[in-house]
Structure formats: structure tokens, C-alpha cells
Design a protein around this ligand. Structure first.
Ligand code: FE2
Length: 292
């Protein structure tokens, strides 16, 4: 008899957790940060979206667009994986493209790749024409796609540089372990950090695993995602698992510091494959740089 009670209790707990997960996946939160730097003349504000994975908050992501508008950003940054690239998708990025068109109509948008964007770029045989069609769409919308590139945001905001780093596939395909990154790798891809004294360097680097390398390159603020907050967050412990099946990842959600650099890791907005979120709401990041 006791087994019936135990099984019944476990089933009820499972249903409650799944219902909670479904609720969390539909309700994002806005996480706000404020940093001081001598590089800006006045307040500069931007929002960061990451790991949307084709998810929609309301029809055509109207809830997300409204939340972005309410932050009144000077520009919008995308930290990768805005869509899910798998063969069964047939190149249909309608949800992601609709959001990008909406954002680009109102704000300057700077886009750094995640492993899903890079997958369609590097695996042309498996995803024929997907990358060229998507990058043409971005150009048409006026989105600045940073593929191992750096741009300076227009005046009068101040001296702020934004770089987008395309990581090799090996950094994403390693499972259960961290693929080591050799010294000088970031310089090889992006060139030496070109900030001059007093500039503020933002780096869009989808995987947070290599924060020390990004910091040594010269990033003042790294913006990452990829880990989806660790899927399930245990109180006092943190995220349970990364998409590369690393248990209890070190940098999975929130603000971190290393050698004078900061890194914000977004918990992302959507999910894929493991469609669960517990104690781990989707996140829209809002950052304000203020004059020191
Ligand atoms: Fe990712």
C-alpha cells in the first residue's frame, strides 16, 4: 500500500514541477545592471537578448518587444542562438526574423553568433543556403552582424566598442568536458583589442566558458548566454547542467568578475532539446553605462 502512496506522491510532484516549468518558460524577467565608466559622456543604455531559440512571448513576441521598449535602450545586443538550427527546421526562422525586424525598426541592433548560427554557416551541405538567406535578411533589416568584427557605436554615446566573436565548433561540440582554449585565440579571430585608453570594450561571446581568455584580450564587459541558466537551479548551488552536459557549470547565470573584467551570463529567453526551466526564469538583460 505504501508503494501506491509513494508512486502517487512522485507522480503528483512530477506534474507540479512540469506545470511550474511551463509557467517559468512563458514568463521572462528583466535583470538590470548599472556600471560606471569614464568612456561615456552620459548614460548609455542597452538590452541584451540571448538564446531565444524561436520562442515567442505572446503573438510575434509582442511581450518581449514591449519590455525592450520600456527599457528605452540606445541599442540592442544579441548574444546568439536566436533560433534553433536543426535539419527538421527546414530553414524556417519566422519567429526569430519577425522579432529581429521589429527590433531593427526601432533600435540599432548588433548581433553576435551563437553555436546555432555558426552551425548553419559552417555546415553548408547539411543546411544549404540557410546562412546566406539569413545573413541577407539581416543586411536588409540593417542589423549589424558581427562575425569576428568590431564596431564603435556612433556618437554622441561615447567611446564604446562592440565586438562579436565566432568561436570554433570544437568549443561547442565537446561534451562533459571543457575544450581548452589556447592563449592568443581571441586575438587570432578578432585581432588585438583595439580600444584606446578610456574606451569601453563590450564583447559578445556566446559561450561563457572562456571568460579568462576574453578578459585577457581586453574586454571590459563580456555578454554571454548558451548555458540557459543551467536548466534547473538549485538554491545555494546554482545551475544543474549546461547544454554540453557539464554538471554545475561555474559561470551559468548573472554577473561575474575576473581580472578587472565583468561578464554577464544571460539565462536566455528560450530553450531547446531540454525544454525545462525550474527556478530559472528566462531573462532580458538591461545594462546602463553611466559616466564615472
Ligand atoms: Fe548556445
Amino acid at each position: 500500500m505504501i508503494w501506491y502512496w509513494l508512486l502517487g506522491g512522485a507522480a503528483a510532484a512530477g506534474v507540479m514541477l512540469l506545470a511550474r516549468s511551463a509557467y517559468e518558460r512563458r514568463h521572462f524577467e528583466v535583470c538590470r545592471w548599472q556600471f560606471y565608466t569614464a568612456a561615456v559622456e552620459g548614460p548609455v543604455k542597452f538590452v541584451v537578448l540571448s538564446d531565444l531559440h524561436d520562442w515567442s512571448f505572446g503573438e510575434d513576441n509582442e511581450e518581449l518587444l514591449r519590455a525592450v521598449r520600456e527599457e528605452t535602450p540606445d541599442f540592442v545586443l544579441l548574444a546568439g542562438d536566436m533560433m534553433t538550427v536543426k535539419p527538421w527546421k527546414n530553414g524556417d526562422f519566422q519567429v526569430c526574423e519577425s522579432l529581429l525586424a521589429g527590433l531593427a525598426a526601432e533600435f540599432p541592433v548588433y548581433y553576435g553568433s551563437g553555436n546555432h548560427e555558426l552551425r548553419m554557416k559552417r555546415q553548408e551541405e547539411e543546411y544549404p543556403g540557410w546562412y546566406s538567406r539569413f545573413s541577407a535578411f539581416l543586411r536588409k533589416q540593417g542589423v549589424c552582424y558581427l562575425e569576428d568584427e568590431t564596431v564603435a557605436i556612433p556618437q554622441p554615446h561615447g567611446r564604446v566598442l562592440i565586438s562579436g566573436l565566432d568561436l570554433d565548433e570544437r568549443f561547442y561540440t565537446a561534451k562533459f568536458k571543457t575544450e581548452p582554449m589556447e592563449d592568443g585565440y581571441v586575438e587570432e579571430r578578432l585581432g588585438p583589442c583595439c580600444k584606446e585608453k578610456g574606451d569601453y570594450q563590450i564583447l559578445l561571446a556566446h559561450s561563457p566558458l572562456y571568460f579568462p581568455n576574453y578578459a585577457r584580450w581586453g574586454a571590459d564587459l563580456v555578454l554571454s548566454g548558451h548555458f540557459h541558466g543551467g536548466t534547473i537551479r538549485l538554491p545555494g548551488v546554482g545551475g544543474l547542467m549546461s547544454p554540453q552536459y557539464q554538471m554545475f557549470p561555474k559561470w551559468d547565470r548573472g554577473l561575474y568578475e575576473y581580472g578587472g573584467s565583468r561578464m554577464i551570463v544571460s539565462a536566455g529567453l528560450g530553450t531547446h532539446s531540454i525544454n525545462i526551466r525550474l527556478n530559472n526564469r528566462p531573462t532580458l538583460i538591461s545594462v546602463e553605462l553611466r559616466k564615472e
